[in-house]
Design a protein around this ligand. Structure first.
Ligand SMILES: Nc1ncnc2c1ncn2[C@@H]1O[C@H](COP(=O)(O)OP(=O)(O)OP(=O)(O)O)[C@@H](O)[C@H]1O
Length: 456
């Protein structure tokens, strides 16, 4: 009688599992499958006798059964990607006399037609969510802070001190430096450290927005402002950043008519959306960045001097990577860690020859170029080590050209050019100061500027 009841009980449980759920799996506390319903086996195209005794991760993709069987924390209505589609998964721990002995998991995808329809809908929504999340982070979030600024050189140390000093208060900061030196990272850090950090950080790349759209992007527009204007109008970036910080990247690329409008906004602290007759107050801290020689542009009437003084209450200068070579090693290692974590590939060494090559190269694209080079190297590396062969070949070529094909005179000329360019940047293109700092007369400086074809 007892065996009959047991047999009956087992059959009831099995039929229940088979009819109510589209898939049932039971694992022990080590994640080993003890039971899998026949519908689940059919769905995964496996045989029950092959899966029992196997670790669940070997059979079911994206499973978390072994985790629930370890932690004892149930997971209800989780979306799990299985065979290219999402199913609803429940994972419940099994306990005997209070002791965790495994877990039971169920999945539902019931009416296949309906479910596929819903799947398409879910995937579309998840894709959209992903897109908006990225977009939001890119434009509205200060994703970096001062801790992300890697480097042990005096230049970086000094820069960090300046950032801390300038962050508090509402002073307008102009960040200068070649492309890829970390200007955006500094802008994020200033915002993060300021009293405005709980409000928006809004980035606008003045160089990449088509000229005719820039005004409405920055200041917004009202309904009916122009053909194609959205119903209800559109909020501009300045309004969006209200209470927070706006980062105007590539300010040197701002068209001249917009420079006038921007100056007015900075002076009056109010914006006028396109098509509106009324201005609106905004409270925004302005941080700008450029890699262009603004002083020279002012001389040529390409940039307004009054705007320059508005945005330039304080200035931070980011030296190019080739001028702080002592940071190269630590930066290369930093990017190695970052890239391997993202790619899930184990590469934990950069050998001495590869490091020497990295230190020799002149890095015209600065830190961004270094980051890309390390990413390539991680892809190409073998046996967990980056060597000279895994680094992009142009690093090698650069060194050969430089040392083998150039005469001493040419190399001295190159160095002279580099020193003058650095001094020009340091003294913001004030030729008198540059000449003084280099111990030469102004006319001799002009001769060299011409000879080296340096723009000034
Ligand atoms: N000191 C640093 N430590 C770590 N990462 C850095 C550092 N400086 C820059 N980076 C990284 O280098 C990349 C380029 O930096 P960023 O975009 O801030 O440069 P940028 O000067 O604003 O460039 P662009 O002028 O082209 O816009 C980013 O991925 C940034 O995180």
């Amino acid at each position: 009688m007892e065996t009959k009841v047991n047999f009956f009980r087992e059959e009831v449980v099995k039929s229940f599992f088979e009819s109510v759920y589209d898939g049932v799996v039971v694992v022990d506390c080590d994640g080993i499958i003890q039971y899998m319903s026949s519908t689940y086996c059919r769905f995964l195209d496996v045989k029950p006798e092959h899966v029992v005794g196997t670790h669940v991760e070997m059979v079911i993709e994206n499973t978390r059964m072994h985790i629930v069987a370890k932690t004892g924390k149930e997971e209800i209505n989780d979306l799990q990607l299985l065979q290219g589609n999402y199913v609803i998964a429940n994972r419940i721990p099994i306990r005997r006399k209070g002791k965790l002995i495994g877990a039971i998991g169920t999945i539902i995808f019931n009416d296949l037609g309906k479910w596929q329809e819903m799947n398409v809908h879910i995937k579309k929504l998840l894709n959209e969510l992903d897109f908006y999340r990225k977009e939001w982070n890119e434009t509205n979030g200060a994703n970096y802070s001062l801790q992300d600024l890697v480097g042990t050189s005096d230049e970086i140390g000094h820069l960090k001190e300046q950032v801390v000093k300038l962050a508090g208060g509402d002073i307008a900061v102009l960040i200068r430096g070649e492309s890829g030196t970390g200007k955006e990272l500094i802008a994020h850090s200033i915002h993060q450290l300021s009293e405005r950090s709980r409000k928006q950080f809004v980035k606008v790349n003045c160089g990449s927005i088509p000229e005719h759209l820039l005004e409405s992007e920055l200041f917004g527009y009202v309904e009916g402002a122009f053909t194609g204007a959205k119903k209800g109008g559109k909020m501009g970036k300045f309004k969006f950043a209200d209470g927070g910080t706006i980062f105007l990247d590539e300010i040197g690329d701002m068209p001249e008519y917009m420079q006038v409008k921007l100056l007015r906004v900075l002076q009056e602290k109010e914006i006028e959306p396109v098509g509106s007759l009324q201005s609106e107050k905004v409270d925004v801290r302005v941080i700008t960045a450029t890699n262009r020689p603004i002083e020279k542009m002012i001389e040529r009437n390409k940039f307004r001097e009054d705007l320059f003084y508005r945005i330039n209450a304080a200035q931070l200068f980011l030296p190019p990577l080739r001028e702080r070579r002592e940071d190269l090693k630590i930066l290369a290692r930093h990017f190695l860690q970052k890239v391997t974590a993202r790619m899930n590939k184990r590469v934990n060494r950069i050998d001495e020859d590869a490091l020497a090559l990295i230190k020799d190269y002149h890095w015209p694209g600065n830190i961004r170029e270094l980051e890309n080079a390390i990413e390539v190297a991680v892809h190409l590396s073998e046996e967990g080590t980056i060597d000279v062969h895994s680094l992009p070949s142009y690093l090698n070529r650069g060194r050969k050209d430089y040392t083998e094909k150039r005469t001493l005179k040419q190399q001295l000329e190159d160095t002279e050019k580099q020193i003058i360019e650095q001094a020009l940047k340091k003294y913001q293109y004030d030729k008198l100061k540059v000449a003084e700092s280099l111990g030469m007369g102004k006319s001799s400086l002009y001769d060299k500027l011409k000879r080296h074809n340096i723009m000034y």
